[in-house]
Design a protein around this ligand. Structure first.
Ligand SMILES: *Cc1c(COP(=O)(O)O)cnc(C)c1O
Ligand SMILES: [Zn+2]
Length: 467
């Protein structure tokens, strides 16, 4: 067995109560604060930084199960006491980090990278945390815990990840979804995986309240990121990015935020590397929010002195349409530790930024669009320097959000689509095709990005339109 240890600990420094990882607790039972997983740092420090790097490199995408997984390759830092036979892994993590040369050129940033977390089993970065949570549940059930099912509230991606990992483990899952507020691709995932799918006439925040009620029954285990086991898996994204840069931290990481578990997870991974001596410098972290679901941004403007939950408005970035983020406090702590910033993007800005990225070879989900739009704004404002190395966390696969992309290109959104492109329907005749070939235009996505004019300024490449 491993000599490394981990436990739940209350995040309130005046309390510090601790609980074992197999306890069914989601809040501190003494003071009500959120919990986080703590590791035995003294034990982890006994291994030199270079030895950790070598270990992680040897495992990376290798075939020895389960260590080829991007999450389980870091098992000692994630969930050291789980036995390999209880790990439920679908080979998550290890996603590509690519140089966005062309998009970077257009916006004037030469060292821009995209961490494509959507290239994974269920199509979003939620797999990283869910493999950890479901593995721990499997271990608890094996140890005799009377858990009948695992439940979550979701804006679409958490339920997809939960249902697929539970199906792989043979554990029943229950998902509470806001009816009509998630994409069809997101809905069909838990349906296909055999989850109990509850589609409710409310929003995410309403589902979150209800799932907390039903999981007061200890036989129904809560899988939302309020459960900090999820954070332990999600934190590997930052570690993996640093590893992919040969153990050098970038200058800035931009991450879209909704319930705010992920920004703190990103911070936790980087802090652990820093404390164990693998990186000396910490990057700045930027949380990107949709203007229509921006409670963290509002609080940031007041230096986090106050926080008011809001009623989140309908946004194309549906996975972050959250008005009362559960992990608000953790996010604030992370942003303070990482000299962080929060910026927001309007519907038009996020959709155009996503589409503009697509024209440079990406295929963005709307949340990645929020992150790209925020990057453009901060670059223009001089908050990010053009010499800095910036990583955008692309959180989901664009194919999960085709409805939004179709509407964008058909011009059916409530704002003009600057980068709309239309398929041209033609008879299958050579003369008709030759006529249409005259419509080929240079692929120049950028000009509108660098102008500051109002949305929908007339653009030459409107000629792409079939009409
Ligand atoms: C969950 C999710 C986010 C936001 O993560 P939080 O931890 O809720 O802040 C962003 N993008 C996508 C695609 C997601 O599924
Ligand atoms: Zn406490």
């Amino acid at each position: 067995m491993s000599s490394y240890r981990a436990w739940f600990q209350c995040i309130n420094p005046d309390c510090g109560a601790a609980y074992p990882l197999d306890a069914i607790v989601y809040h501190c039972q003494k003071c009500g604060s959120l919990l986080e997983v703590q590791h035995d740092l003294a034990a982890l420090s006994a291994r030199r930084p270079a030895a950790w790097m070598r270990l992680f490199e040897n495992r990376y995408k290798a075939n020895e199960w389960p260590y080829g997984s991007g999450v389980w390759g870091k098992k000692e830092w994630v969930l050291p006491e789980i036995s390999d036979q209880n790990v439920v892994s679908l080979y998550e993590g290890g996603t590509n980090l690519f140089w966005a040369e062309r998009f970077g050129k257009v916006i004037g940033l030469s060292d821009l990278w995209i961490k494509l977390c959507g290239n994974t089993h269920s199509g979003s970065f939620k797999d990283l945390g869910m493999t950890v949570l479901v593995s721990q549940v499997k271990q608890m059930i094996a140890g005799g815990a009377p858990i009948k099912a695992v439940a979550c509230a979701s804006t679409g991606d958490t339920s997809a990840a939960l249902s697929t990992y539970c199906a792989a483990a043979g554990i029943p899952s229950i998902v509470l979804l806001p009816r009509g507020k998630i994409s069809l691709a997101q809905l069909i995932q838990p349906v296909s995986n055999g989850a109990l799918v509850l589609s409710l006439d409310t929003d995410f925040d309403g589902c979150m309240r209800l799932v907390q009620e039903i999981t007061k029954d200890p036989t129904l285990y809560l899988a939302n990121s309020m459960n900090s086991l999820r954070v332990e898996g999600q934190k590997t994204v930052g570690i993996e990015i640093v590893q992919q840069f040969d153990w050098e931290a970038p200058d800035v990481i931009v991450i879209p935020g909704g319930n705010l578990g992920n920004v703190s997870a990103l911070g936790q991974g980087l802090l652990l590397m820093n404390r164990l001596g693998l990186i000396a410098k910490l990057p700045r972290i930027v949380v990107a929010q949709a203007e229509r679901a921006n409670p963290l941004y509002r609080s940031y403007l007041r230096n986090f002195e106050t926080f008011e939950p809001i009623h989140a408005q309908k946004t194309l970035a549906s996975a972050i349409q959250i008005g009362n983020p559960v992990s608000f406090q953790k996010a604030v702590r992370t942003l303070r530790q990482f000299n962080g910033m929060v910026e927001q993007a309007t519907e038009g800005e996020l959709a155009d930024a996503a589409a503009m990225g697509d024209r440079t070879g990406m295929f963005n989900c709307p949340h990645t669009g929020v992150a790209l739009a925020v990057l453009i704004k901060l670059l223009k404002a001089g908050e990010i320097d053009k010499a800095e190395r910036v990583v955008i966390i692309s959180t989901a696969h664009g194919l999960k959000f085709v409805e939004m992309k179709v509407k964008y290109h058909q011009g059916e959104l409530e704002f003009p689509s600057r980068y709309a492109n239309h398929p041209i329907e033609l008879p299958a005749r050579l003369d008709a095709i030759k006529d249409a070939l005259g419509k080929v235009r240079p692929n120049t996505p950028g000009s509108a990005l660098t102008d500051t004019g109002p949305h929908g300024a007339a653009r030459q490449d409107r000629a792409w339109s079939a009409s």
